[in-house]
Design a protein around this ligand. Structure first.
Ligand SMILES: *Cc1c(COP(=O)(O)O)cnc(C)c1O
Length: 471
């Protein structure tokens, strides 16, 4: 083993060898390349200790150079990368949820490239508010009297409860005490806000009299939480928003709704269930409603609050608001996205999330066929390709468990297992993420743009070539 450790090259020898083989490493910061070389040598030491290498020639230069070069190459690439989403899950939190519309991407690039009037009122030259930039648009689109934007919807819930319910009680149905994922639990957020949670009803049933009975001296608000990621079926009852609003009015209590995924478009004509839109909740008279910017709305990560001015002003005056404020890039993207909603047809055509959710099955079948044809041409006999009817998912806790009909392109490689193919496709550039169904690696065209289809063909080809050991 001592002999093996001694075969490891010196760091400087590695750096010199890389310089001759890998011109990019010469442009990269020297400190980073050195750090990566050290990382590579550490990994080699571990392998020696584990008994994974016994051949000194594999450890020494030039034998180790190809592996070193791959390691350094990988380390020099950005960590946050574009990936191809072929899972069919439209709002995929692990893949960054919504893809921004072109208008939003351009707005971000403009705001990033120079100074902006973020907090300057151009009509007076005096200090302005960043929030006024989107409030008017938000009111036009939702029909609300006032609006406010923070970092994300979890922050919006926190700000609403902290501003209106601190030191008091907020009443919520037991069936709505949800965990959204990524350990965001409604009860935990409430606790942070300093409001006491008053649970009413049972897991599956909650009546108006349950709320009524719970109202007391310290009650500050009534809260509804949208069951975004689960569904209770069978013997189930929950109190409707109008009923709750009526009760709130009787007792002078605000009614707050966490809508989760804020739909500004009714997707029911496209085969999705009739979820309440933000506009309908506002029109019903809710005092405050909050929703995410990057779920069904298809914009940047943000928490949007709309409702009555008196309450929005209380939120605005809360010091927590400053800690949760959004940045100029998000504001730029949000403004451009909301502007598209002024005409719902434009929103459906230009906002990728909305377009993906509303794609008709016949179109998906056509796109699946086109992708299958290209793949067959490129891959010949190395993989068996078929098309299967299946379903896509909305994801992101929007439209719980709802299936959207789609057509999948199914790959069954001849030279490796589907698990191997899945693993190899994580290492292509860009990586391709699909799903395994019925012993095949499947691609759902719903979440791939037309521009991405040739790229899909290229990376599948790349993965299968690697599998055969001819990189
Ligand atoms: C997704 C969701 C949240 C959290 O929203 P983020 O924008 O991810 O912070 C909160 N409440 C409900 C009901 C949700 O569906």
């Amino acid at each position: 083993m001592k002999q093996l450790f001694r075969s490891l090259p010196a760091v400087n020898a590695c750096l010199n060898a890389l310089d001759t083989r890998l011109p990019v490493s010469r442009e990269a910061p020297r400190s980073l390349v050195r750090h990566l070389v050290n990382g590579f040598l550490d990994a080699q030491r571990c392998r020696i200790q584990e008994g994974a290498v016994t051949d000194p020639a594999q450890l020494a230069l030039p034998g180790c150079l190809p592996a070193l070069q791959d390691f350094v190459d990988e380390g020099l690439r950005p960590r946050l990368r574009s990936v191809l989403n072929a899972t069919g899950v439209v709002i995929h939190t692990n893949m960054g949820r919504s893809v921004l519309a072109e208008a939003a991407r351009e707005a971000v690039a403009r705001a990033a490239a120079g100074y902006t009037n973020l907090e300057i009122d151009l009509s007076t030259g005096e200090r302005g508010s960043r929030h006024s930039l989107v409030e008017e648009l938000l009111c036009m689109v939702t029909g609300a009297e006032a609006g406010l934007v923070v970092n994300n919807n979890a922050a919006a819930v926190l700000l609403m409860l902290d501003s209106l319910c601190k030191g008091g009680e907020v009443i919520v149905s037991r069936s709505q005490l949800v965990e959204i994922g990524g350990s965001f639990r409604i009860p935990d957020v409430m606790e942070r806000s300093g409001a006491t949670l008053r649970e009413v009803g049972t897991t599956n049933r909650c009546h108006l009299h349950d709320y009524r009975r719970a109202i007391g001296e310290t009650t500050k608000a009534l809260l509804r939480v949208h069951s975004s990621n689960y569904r209770i079926i069978g013997f189930f009852k929950e109190v409707s928003l109008p009923e709750l609003l009526q009760l709130g009015r009787e007792h002078g209590l605000p009614v707050i709704e966490d809508l989760g995924s804020g739909n500004l478009i009714d997707f029911s004509p496209f085969g999705l269930p009739g979820e309440p839109t933000v506009q309908s909740v506002v029109a019903a008279g809710v005092d405050l409603v909050s929703f995410s910017g990057d779920k069904a709305l298809g914009g940047p990560q943000a928490g949007i609050i709309a409702g009555r001015r008196v309450y929005v002003e209380q939120l605005r005056a809360n010091p927590l608001h400053r800690a949760l404020r959004i940045d100029k890039l998000t504001l730029a993207a949000l403004e451009a996205t909301l502007r598209l909603y002024l005409d719902p047809q434009t929103a459906l055509a230009q906002i990728p999330t909305a377009a993906m959710l509303s794609q008709p099955p016949i179109m998906l079948m056509r796109r699946a066929r086109s992708l299958a044809t290209r793949l067959r041409r490129a891959l010949a006999q190395t993989v068996q390709i078929s098309i299967a009817k299946n379903v896509s998912r909305v994801g992101g806790g929007a439209f719980p468990e709802y299936d959207l009909p789609t057509s999948l392109v199914c790959l069954r490689p001849a030279t490796c297992s589907v698990e191997d193919l899945k693993r190899l496709l994580l290492r292509t550039s860009p990586p391709l993420i699909g799903r395994l169904e019925d012993g095949a690696f499947c691609l759902d065209p719903r979440t791939l743009s037309d521009k991405e289809l040739p790229l899909v063909v290229r990376v599948v080809q790349q993965a299968l070539r690697q599998e055969k050991g001819t990189p």
